[in-house]
Design a protein around this ligand. Structure first.
Ligand code: GLN
Length: 199
């Protein structure tokens, strides 16, 4: 079974480890380069992206992460993890570093105060039935490069953010604005694990 790491510097690591384990992956936490080397795939969890980026630099993981992404490692970023994968951030703090690799512009804390955190059902490319999506001070994807596939958008309806992009894929990189590890079932992780197995 593939070894899939969960970056464990900060944020909601445990639910990802559990979900990956249920799907038959060998799930490990990653805090140091020697652990990253073992990974066939990597999850970047939600949390606080500025803190995670700073810790990645402190733990001397930022350059190794960039190198593995450049070499084609399958990576799935959720929420803050999506921000870490993005090539461009708007409303980031001026010195915020990312791992990068995903040709998107992400807006942090995009949904605004009134709808700070919310849950909804979303259509998601590759899944027959909608998924339950939990958004917590989530980013959205404001612009995508030519090679980026849109997997999911906020549905039409009363929501102010209707139509906003909240799921993307570019080759081995996948990202969601929301937290599929929080009560959304295992289907989105299953898409990622399948991609790791194919890689
Ligand atoms: N708002 C957080 C950030 O900008 C992300 C929130 C989350 O991961 N749930 O990093």
């Amino acid at each position: 079974s593939p070894t899939i790491g969960v970056l464990a510097l900060q944020g909601d690591v445990r639910e990802h480890v559990r979900t990956l384990g249920r799907l038959g992956a060998d799930a490990i936490t990653v805090r140091r380069p020697s652990e990253l080397v073992r990974c066939d795939g990597l999850v970047l969890p939600g949390g606080e992206s500025t803190t995670m980026a700073k810790l990645a630099r402190t733990f001397e993981l930022l350059e190794p992460l960039r190198e593995r992404v450049a070499a084609g490692l399958p990576v799935f970023g959720t929420c803050a993890g999506m921000i870490l994968l993005a090539d461009r951030i708007v409303d980031g703090t001026s010195d915020q570093e990312t791992i990068g690799g995903l040709d998107v512009t992400v807006r942090r804390n995009a949904f605004g105060r009134q709808v700070d955190s919310f849950e909804t059902e979303l259509d998601f490319a590759g899944l027959d039935e909608p998924v339950h999506a939990v958004f917590i001070r989530a980013p959205w994807v404001e612009a995508v490069g030519a090679g980026v596939e849109v997997l999911s958008r906020v549905p039409e309806g009363p929501h102010l953010a209707a139509g906003r992009i909240v799921g993307v894929r570019q080759g081995p990189l996948m990202a969601t604005s929301f937290h599929p590890e929080l009560g959304g079932g295992d289907r989105i992780h299953a898409l990622f694990v399948a991609a790791v197995r194919r890689a």
